[in-house]
Ligand binder design. Structure first.
Ligand SMILES: Cc1cc2nc3c(=O)[nH]c(=O)nc-3n(C[C@H](O)[C@H](O)[C@H](O)COP(=O)(O)OP(=O)(O)OC[C@H]3O[C@@H](n4cnc5c(N)ncnc54)[C@H](O)[C@@H]3O)c2cc1C
Length: 383
Protein backbone atom coordinates (compact mmCIF):
# COMPACT_ATOMS: atom_id res chain seq x y z
CA UNK A 1 0.00 0.00 0.00
CA UNK A 2 1.23 3.53 -0.78
CA UNK A 3 0.20 6.90 0.70
CA UNK A 4 1.50 10.46 0.95
CA UNK A 5 1.41 10.78 4.72
CA UNK A 6 1.40 7.98 7.28
CA UNK A 7 0.57 8.86 10.87
CA UNK A 8 1.49 6.27 13.47
CA UNK A 9 -0.75 6.57 16.52
CA UNK A 10 -4.36 7.71 16.62
CA UNK A 11 -4.37 9.56 19.96
CA UNK A 12 -4.96 13.33 20.25
CA UNK A 13 -1.69 14.19 18.45
CA UNK A 14 -2.17 11.82 15.50
CA UNK A 15 -5.89 12.48 15.06
CA UNK A 16 -5.36 16.27 15.16
CA UNK A 17 -2.58 16.09 12.58
CA UNK A 18 -4.72 13.90 10.32
CA UNK A 19 -7.75 16.19 10.64
CA UNK A 20 -5.69 19.22 9.63
CA UNK A 21 -4.20 17.41 6.62
CA UNK A 22 -7.64 16.21 5.51
CA UNK A 23 -9.11 19.72 5.71
CA UNK A 24 -6.31 20.86 3.36
CA UNK A 25 -7.05 18.01 0.96
CA UNK A 26 -3.90 15.97 1.71
CA UNK A 27 -4.51 12.24 1.98
CA UNK A 28 -3.23 10.47 5.04
CA UNK A 29 -3.47 7.15 6.84
CA UNK A 30 -3.59 6.64 10.62
CA UNK A 31 -2.05 3.39 11.84
CA UNK A 32 -3.40 2.73 15.35
CA UNK A 33 -2.76 -0.50 17.22
CA UNK A 34 -6.06 -0.37 19.10
CA UNK A 35 -8.99 1.69 17.88
CA UNK A 36 -10.86 1.05 21.16
CA UNK A 37 -7.91 2.32 23.18
CA UNK A 38 -8.44 4.12 26.50
CA UNK A 39 -5.15 5.95 27.09
CA UNK A 40 -4.38 6.16 30.83
CA UNK A 41 -5.10 9.81 31.51
CA UNK A 42 -6.78 12.26 33.88
CA UNK A 43 -8.51 13.85 30.91
CA UNK A 44 -8.26 17.44 32.21
CA UNK A 45 -8.25 19.94 29.36
CA UNK A 46 -8.23 23.76 29.31
CA UNK A 47 -11.03 25.88 27.90
CA UNK A 48 -8.64 27.16 25.19
CA UNK A 49 -8.37 23.62 23.80
CA UNK A 50 -12.14 23.13 23.74
CA UNK A 51 -12.50 26.35 21.77
CA UNK A 52 -9.58 25.95 19.35
CA UNK A 53 -10.30 22.32 18.47
CA UNK A 54 -14.09 22.69 18.52
CA UNK A 55 -14.73 19.93 21.02
CA UNK A 56 -18.50 19.25 21.24
CA UNK A 57 -20.03 20.12 24.64
CA UNK A 58 -21.30 16.58 25.25
CA UNK A 59 -17.69 15.30 25.43
CA UNK A 60 -16.83 17.67 28.28
CA UNK A 61 -18.54 15.87 31.13
CA UNK A 62 -17.55 18.35 33.84
CA UNK A 63 -16.64 22.04 33.56
CA UNK A 64 -14.82 22.44 36.83
CA UNK A 65 -14.35 25.90 38.32
CA UNK A 66 -13.61 24.88 41.93
CA UNK A 67 -10.06 23.83 42.77
CA UNK A 68 -8.18 23.11 45.97
CA UNK A 69 -4.52 22.58 46.76
CA UNK A 70 -3.35 20.85 49.92
CA UNK A 71 0.07 21.12 51.57
CA UNK A 72 2.03 18.45 53.49
CA UNK A 73 0.88 19.91 56.82
CA UNK A 74 -2.74 19.97 55.68
CA UNK A 75 -3.04 23.64 54.70
CA UNK A 76 -6.00 23.71 52.32
CA UNK A 77 -6.47 26.51 49.80
CA UNK A 78 -9.68 26.47 47.78
CA UNK A 79 -10.08 28.74 44.77
CA UNK A 80 -12.69 29.54 42.14
CA UNK A 81 -11.83 30.06 38.51
CA UNK A 82 -13.86 33.00 37.25
CA UNK A 83 -12.45 33.34 33.75
CA UNK A 84 -13.11 29.82 32.46
CA UNK A 85 -13.01 26.16 33.48
CA UNK A 86 -11.02 22.96 33.45
CA UNK A 87 -12.85 20.54 31.16
CA UNK A 88 -13.02 16.87 32.09
CA UNK A 89 -13.11 14.33 29.29
CA UNK A 90 -12.89 10.56 29.18
CA UNK A 91 -10.15 9.48 26.82
CA UNK A 92 -11.98 6.46 25.42
CA UNK A 93 -14.68 8.87 24.14
CA UNK A 94 -12.44 11.82 23.36
CA UNK A 95 -9.91 9.92 21.21
CA UNK A 96 -12.67 8.08 19.38
CA UNK A 97 -14.37 11.38 18.54
CA UNK A 98 -11.12 12.90 17.21
CA UNK A 99 -10.36 9.83 15.06
CA UNK A 100 -13.92 9.61 13.74
CA UNK A 101 -13.91 13.29 12.84
CA UNK A 102 -10.65 12.78 10.91
CA UNK A 103 -12.08 9.70 9.16
CA UNK A 104 -15.25 11.56 8.22
CA UNK A 105 -13.02 14.07 6.47
CA UNK A 106 -11.29 11.41 4.41
CA UNK A 107 -8.51 9.98 6.61
CA UNK A 108 -8.08 6.19 6.38
CA UNK A 109 -7.90 4.32 9.69
CA UNK A 110 -5.87 1.12 9.86
CA UNK A 111 -5.99 -0.94 13.04
CA UNK A 112 -2.55 -2.47 13.28
CA UNK A 113 0.69 -2.28 15.23
CA UNK A 114 3.78 -0.74 13.66
CA UNK A 115 6.77 -3.08 13.88
CA UNK A 116 9.58 -1.66 11.72
CA UNK A 117 10.46 1.53 9.86
CA UNK A 118 12.91 1.59 6.98
CA UNK A 119 14.22 4.73 5.31
CA UNK A 120 13.81 4.78 1.53
CA UNK A 121 15.41 7.21 -0.93
CA UNK A 122 12.19 9.23 -0.99
CA UNK A 123 10.21 8.32 2.09
CA UNK A 124 9.68 5.37 4.43
CA UNK A 125 8.57 1.76 4.37
CA UNK A 126 6.52 0.70 7.40
CA UNK A 127 6.08 -2.93 8.39
CA UNK A 128 2.89 -3.53 10.33
CA UNK A 129 0.96 -6.51 11.68
CA UNK A 130 -1.48 -7.67 9.01
CA UNK A 131 -4.60 -5.49 9.16
CA UNK A 132 -8.17 -6.58 8.34
CA UNK A 133 -7.33 -6.39 4.60
CA UNK A 134 -4.09 -8.33 5.03
CA UNK A 135 -1.89 -5.25 4.47
CA UNK A 136 1.57 -5.66 6.06
CA UNK A 137 3.59 -2.91 4.36
CA UNK A 138 2.93 0.77 3.80
CA UNK A 139 5.13 3.10 1.80
CA UNK A 140 4.79 6.79 2.51
CA UNK A 141 6.58 9.98 1.56
CA UNK A 142 6.02 11.73 4.90
CA UNK A 143 5.80 10.22 8.35
CA UNK A 144 4.22 11.68 11.47
CA UNK A 145 5.06 9.82 14.68
CA UNK A 146 2.22 10.24 17.15
CA UNK A 147 2.82 6.92 18.86
CA UNK A 148 3.22 8.13 22.42
CA UNK A 149 5.95 8.17 25.05
CA UNK A 150 7.57 4.92 23.91
CA UNK A 151 7.50 5.91 20.22
CA UNK A 152 8.56 3.00 18.04
CA UNK A 153 9.08 5.35 15.09
CA UNK A 154 11.52 7.51 17.08
CA UNK A 155 13.38 4.39 18.15
CA UNK A 156 13.58 2.97 14.64
CA UNK A 157 14.73 6.29 13.15
CA UNK A 158 17.21 6.84 16.01
CA UNK A 159 15.88 10.15 17.25
CA UNK A 160 17.54 11.41 20.47
CA UNK A 161 15.91 9.61 23.43
CA UNK A 162 12.81 10.69 25.35
CA UNK A 163 14.60 11.21 28.66
CA UNK A 164 13.38 11.27 32.22
CA UNK A 165 9.94 9.82 31.85
CA UNK A 166 7.76 10.10 34.90
CA UNK A 167 5.26 7.39 35.63
CA UNK A 168 1.67 8.10 36.63
CA UNK A 169 -1.09 5.88 37.97
CA UNK A 170 -4.81 6.51 38.26
CA UNK A 171 -7.78 4.67 39.73
CA UNK A 172 -11.47 5.25 39.07
CA UNK A 173 -14.13 5.08 41.81
CA UNK A 174 -17.87 5.28 41.27
CA UNK A 175 -19.56 8.06 43.24
CA UNK A 176 -20.90 7.16 46.66
CA UNK A 177 -22.10 9.50 49.42
CA UNK A 178 -18.52 9.51 50.80
CA UNK A 179 -17.08 10.65 47.46
CA UNK A 180 -19.77 13.21 46.55
CA UNK A 181 -17.68 16.09 47.93
CA UNK A 182 -15.44 15.81 44.84
CA UNK A 183 -18.37 15.94 42.43
CA UNK A 184 -17.33 19.33 41.07
CA UNK A 185 -13.96 19.87 42.68
CA UNK A 186 -10.40 19.29 41.47
CA UNK A 187 -8.11 18.56 44.40
CA UNK A 188 -4.32 18.63 44.10
CA UNK A 189 -2.03 17.35 46.87
CA UNK A 190 1.56 18.49 47.26
CA UNK A 191 2.99 16.08 49.79
CA UNK A 192 6.10 13.89 49.58
CA UNK A 193 4.16 11.01 51.14
CA UNK A 194 1.91 10.81 48.07
CA UNK A 195 4.46 12.02 45.49
CA UNK A 196 8.11 12.83 46.24
CA UNK A 197 8.57 15.15 43.25
CA UNK A 198 5.20 15.74 41.56
CA UNK A 199 1.61 15.86 42.86
CA UNK A 200 -1.41 13.67 43.41
CA UNK A 201 -4.90 14.53 42.16
CA UNK A 202 -8.64 13.94 42.39
CA UNK A 203 -10.53 14.75 39.17
CA UNK A 204 -14.34 14.62 38.99
CA UNK A 205 -16.06 12.93 36.04
CA UNK A 206 -19.74 12.36 35.28
CA UNK A 207 -20.12 9.03 37.09
CA UNK A 208 -16.80 8.58 38.89
CA UNK A 209 -13.81 10.32 40.39
CA UNK A 210 -10.30 9.69 39.06
CA UNK A 211 -7.63 9.54 41.74
CA UNK A 212 -3.97 9.41 40.80
CA UNK A 213 -0.37 10.28 41.45
CA UNK A 214 2.88 10.53 39.53
CA UNK A 215 6.63 10.63 40.08
CA UNK A 216 9.91 10.90 38.20
CA UNK A 217 11.73 9.15 41.03
CA UNK A 218 12.74 5.72 39.76
CA UNK A 219 13.18 4.43 43.32
CA UNK A 220 9.66 5.38 44.36
CA UNK A 221 7.02 2.64 44.39
CA UNK A 222 4.11 4.19 42.50
CA UNK A 223 1.50 1.72 43.77
CA UNK A 224 2.52 2.38 47.39
CA UNK A 225 2.23 6.14 46.81
CA UNK A 226 -1.22 5.64 45.33
CA UNK A 227 -2.35 3.43 48.24
CA UNK A 228 -1.12 6.02 50.72
CA UNK A 229 -2.98 8.76 48.84
CA UNK A 230 -6.21 6.78 48.97
CA UNK A 231 -5.68 6.19 52.66
CA UNK A 232 -5.08 9.90 53.30
CA UNK A 233 -8.19 10.79 51.28
CA UNK A 234 -10.17 8.29 53.37
CA UNK A 235 -11.37 6.31 50.35
CA UNK A 236 -12.31 2.84 51.52
CA UNK A 237 -13.98 1.64 48.32
CA UNK A 238 -12.07 -0.45 45.81
CA UNK A 239 -11.42 1.08 42.38
CA UNK A 240 -13.37 -0.38 39.47
CA UNK A 241 -10.60 0.55 37.03
CA UNK A 242 -6.85 1.16 37.24
CA UNK A 243 -4.51 2.58 34.63
CA UNK A 244 -0.87 3.67 34.47
CA UNK A 245 1.55 5.01 31.87
CA UNK A 246 4.63 7.11 31.34
CA UNK A 247 4.63 10.91 31.29
CA UNK A 248 7.43 12.29 29.07
CA UNK A 249 7.96 15.71 30.65
CA UNK A 250 11.10 16.74 28.75
CA UNK A 251 11.00 17.58 25.03
CA UNK A 252 13.37 15.53 22.89
CA UNK A 253 16.41 17.34 21.51
CA UNK A 254 15.02 17.03 17.96
CA UNK A 255 11.49 16.51 16.64
CA UNK A 256 12.22 16.50 12.90
CA UNK A 257 14.49 14.34 10.81
CA UNK A 258 14.23 14.11 7.02
CA UNK A 259 10.54 13.74 6.20
CA UNK A 260 9.63 12.44 9.66
CA UNK A 261 8.13 14.53 12.48
CA UNK A 262 7.48 13.61 16.10
CA UNK A 263 4.39 15.05 17.76
CA UNK A 264 2.80 14.89 21.23
CA UNK A 265 4.20 12.44 23.78
CA UNK A 266 6.46 10.97 21.08
CA UNK A 267 8.29 14.32 21.09
CA UNK A 268 8.19 14.52 24.91
CA UNK A 269 5.64 17.35 25.01
CA UNK A 270 4.12 17.01 28.47
CA UNK A 271 4.70 20.08 30.63
CA UNK A 272 6.63 19.70 33.89
CA UNK A 273 4.88 20.78 37.12
CA UNK A 274 1.36 19.95 35.92
CA UNK A 275 1.82 16.94 33.60
CA UNK A 276 -0.38 18.43 30.92
CA UNK A 277 -0.02 16.70 27.56
CA UNK A 278 -3.33 16.67 25.67
CA UNK A 279 -3.20 20.30 24.60
CA UNK A 280 0.45 20.07 23.50
CA UNK A 281 -0.22 16.79 21.67
CA UNK A 282 -3.07 18.35 19.68
CA UNK A 283 -1.27 21.62 19.09
CA UNK A 284 1.96 19.93 17.95
CA UNK A 285 -0.05 17.58 15.68
CA UNK A 286 -1.81 20.57 14.16
CA UNK A 287 1.41 22.58 13.77
CA UNK A 288 3.27 19.64 12.17
CA UNK A 289 0.41 19.18 9.70
CA UNK A 290 0.29 22.91 8.89
CA UNK A 291 4.03 22.93 8.17
CA UNK A 292 3.69 19.84 6.00
CA UNK A 293 0.85 21.45 4.04
CA UNK A 294 2.94 24.61 3.49
CA UNK A 295 5.95 22.49 2.53
CA UNK A 296 4.06 20.54 -0.12
CA UNK A 297 2.73 23.84 -1.51
CA UNK A 298 6.20 25.37 -1.63
CA UNK A 299 5.38 27.88 1.13
CA UNK A 300 7.78 26.40 3.71
CA UNK A 301 11.42 25.61 2.98
CA UNK A 302 11.76 22.77 5.43
CA UNK A 303 9.73 20.61 7.81
CA UNK A 304 11.98 21.77 10.66
CA UNK A 305 9.92 24.95 10.67
CA UNK A 306 7.36 22.96 12.68
CA UNK A 307 9.86 22.39 15.50
CA UNK A 308 11.13 25.96 15.30
CA UNK A 309 7.62 27.40 15.63
CA UNK A 310 6.62 25.02 18.40
CA UNK A 311 9.68 25.92 20.44
CA UNK A 312 9.19 29.62 19.75
CA UNK A 313 5.62 29.46 21.07
CA UNK A 314 6.06 27.10 24.01
CA UNK A 315 9.71 26.85 25.14
CA UNK A 316 9.18 29.55 27.72
CA UNK A 317 6.21 27.70 29.24
CA UNK A 318 8.17 24.42 29.42
CA UNK A 319 11.17 26.17 30.96
CA UNK A 320 9.09 28.14 33.49
CA UNK A 321 7.20 25.02 34.60
CA UNK A 322 10.41 23.01 34.80
CA UNK A 323 12.01 25.63 37.06
CA UNK A 324 8.83 25.77 39.14
CA UNK A 325 8.86 22.00 39.65
CA UNK A 326 12.58 21.98 40.49
CA UNK A 327 12.14 24.71 43.12
CA UNK A 328 8.76 24.12 44.72
CA UNK A 329 8.39 20.34 44.52
CA UNK A 330 11.88 19.76 45.94
CA UNK A 331 10.87 19.12 49.53
CA UNK A 332 7.92 19.53 51.88
CA UNK A 333 9.15 22.87 53.23
CA UNK A 334 9.05 24.33 49.72
CA UNK A 335 5.68 22.68 49.01
CA UNK A 336 4.30 24.17 52.20
CA UNK A 337 5.38 27.61 51.01
CA UNK A 338 4.04 26.97 47.51
CA UNK A 339 0.55 26.14 48.76
CA UNK A 340 0.62 29.20 51.02
CA UNK A 341 1.44 31.42 48.02
CA UNK A 342 -1.53 29.93 46.12
CA UNK A 343 -3.79 31.82 48.53
CA UNK A 344 -2.85 35.07 46.83
CA UNK A 345 -5.58 36.13 44.38
CA UNK A 346 -3.02 37.46 41.88
CA UNK A 347 -1.11 34.17 41.89
CA UNK A 348 -4.42 32.39 41.21
CA UNK A 349 -5.31 34.74 38.39
CA UNK A 350 -1.90 34.44 36.69
CA UNK A 351 -1.97 30.64 37.03
CA UNK A 352 -5.50 30.29 35.62
CA UNK A 353 -4.91 32.77 32.78
CA UNK A 354 -1.72 30.96 31.74
CA UNK A 355 -3.36 27.53 31.98
CA UNK A 356 -6.51 28.32 30.04
CA UNK A 357 -4.89 29.78 26.93
CA UNK A 358 -1.21 28.75 27.27
CA UNK A 359 0.10 32.26 27.44
CA UNK A 360 2.43 33.46 30.17
CA UNK A 361 0.67 36.57 31.40
CA UNK A 362 3.04 39.23 32.82
CA UNK A 363 1.85 40.77 36.09
CA UNK A 364 2.18 44.49 36.92
CA UNK A 365 5.40 45.36 38.76
CA UNK A 366 3.74 45.90 42.15
CA UNK A 367 2.07 42.47 41.91
CA UNK A 368 5.41 40.87 41.04
CA UNK A 369 7.02 42.54 44.06
CA UNK A 370 4.21 41.44 46.36
CA UNK A 371 4.43 37.84 45.10
CA UNK A 372 8.23 37.84 45.45
CA UNK A 373 7.95 39.05 49.05
CA UNK A 374 5.37 36.35 49.89
CA UNK A 375 7.53 33.82 48.14
CA UNK A 376 10.55 34.63 50.27
CA UNK A 377 8.49 34.71 53.47
CA UNK A 378 6.67 31.41 52.92
CA UNK A 379 9.44 29.34 51.31
CA UNK A 380 12.20 30.54 53.63
CA UNK A 381 10.12 29.81 56.71
CA UNK A 382 8.10 26.92 55.25
CA UNK A 383 4.92 28.53 56.58
C1 LIG B 1 -2.07 8.75 34.48
C2 LIG B 1 -1.96 9.91 33.50
C3 LIG B 1 -2.77 11.02 33.68
C4 LIG B 1 -2.70 12.08 32.75
N1 LIG B 1 -3.56 13.13 32.92
C5 LIG B 1 -3.55 14.15 32.01
C6 LIG B 1 -4.49 15.20 32.11
O1 LIG B 1 -5.35 15.23 32.99
N2 LIG B 1 -4.45 16.21 31.19
C7 LIG B 1 -3.52 16.22 30.18
O2 LIG B 1 -3.50 17.17 29.37
N3 LIG B 1 -2.62 15.21 30.05
C8 LIG B 1 -2.62 14.17 30.92
N4 LIG B 1 -1.75 13.12 30.76
C9 LIG B 1 -0.85 13.11 29.59
C10 LIG B 1 -1.63 12.73 28.32
O3 LIG B 1 -2.30 11.51 28.55
C11 LIG B 1 -0.68 12.57 27.10
O4 LIG B 1 0.19 13.66 27.07
C12 LIG B 1 -1.47 12.48 25.80
O5 LIG B 1 -2.22 11.31 25.76
C13 LIG B 1 -0.51 12.51 24.61
O6 LIG B 1 -1.23 12.28 23.42
P1 LIG B 1 -0.50 11.59 22.16
O7 LIG B 1 -1.50 11.53 21.09
O8 LIG B 1 0.79 12.26 21.92
O9 LIG B 1 -0.12 10.12 22.65
P2 LIG B 1 -1.07 8.96 23.16
O10 LIG B 1 -2.32 9.48 23.71
O11 LIG B 1 -0.22 8.08 24.01
O12 LIG B 1 -1.44 8.18 21.81
C14 LIG B 1 -0.51 7.36 21.18
C15 LIG B 1 -1.28 6.37 20.35
O13 LIG B 1 -0.35 5.60 19.58
C16 LIG B 1 -0.74 4.25 19.61
N5 LIG B 1 0.48 3.45 19.37
C17 LIG B 1 1.56 3.37 20.17
N6 LIG B 1 2.50 2.54 19.62
C18 LIG B 1 1.97 2.11 18.45
C19 LIG B 1 2.45 1.24 17.43
N7 LIG B 1 3.64 0.63 17.53
N8 LIG B 1 1.66 1.01 16.36
C20 LIG B 1 0.44 1.60 16.25
N9 LIG B 1 -0.07 2.45 17.19
C21 LIG B 1 0.69 2.70 18.29
C22 LIG B 1 -1.36 4.05 20.97
O14 LIG B 1 -2.26 2.96 20.98
C23 LIG B 1 -2.06 5.39 21.20
O15 LIG B 1 -3.40 5.39 20.79
C24 LIG B 1 -1.79 12.05 31.67
C25 LIG B 1 -0.97 10.92 31.51
C26 LIG B 1 -1.04 9.87 32.41
C27 LIG B 1 -0.16 8.67 32.21
Amino acid sequence: MKCDVAIVGGGPAGASAAFELAKAGLSSVIIERNLSNAKPCGGAIPLGLVEEFEIPPELVERKVTEMAVRSPKGRYVQMSMKQGYVGMVRRERFDKFLRTRAAENGVSLIESKLRRVKKLADGYKLSIDADSQGVTEIECKYLIAADGANSKVALELEFPPNELKAVAIQQRFHYSPALEKWNNLVEIWFDSEVSPDFYAWVFPKADHIAVGTGTENKNAHIKKLQNRFREKLGIEAEPYYEEAAKLPMHPRKTFVQGNAMLVGDAAGLVTPSNGEGIFFAMKSGKMAAETLIDFTRGKAKSLSLYEKNFRKNYNLIFTALSVMQAIYYRNDRMREGFVAICKDEHVQQITFDSYLYKKLVPAPLWVQMKITAKNIYHTALGR
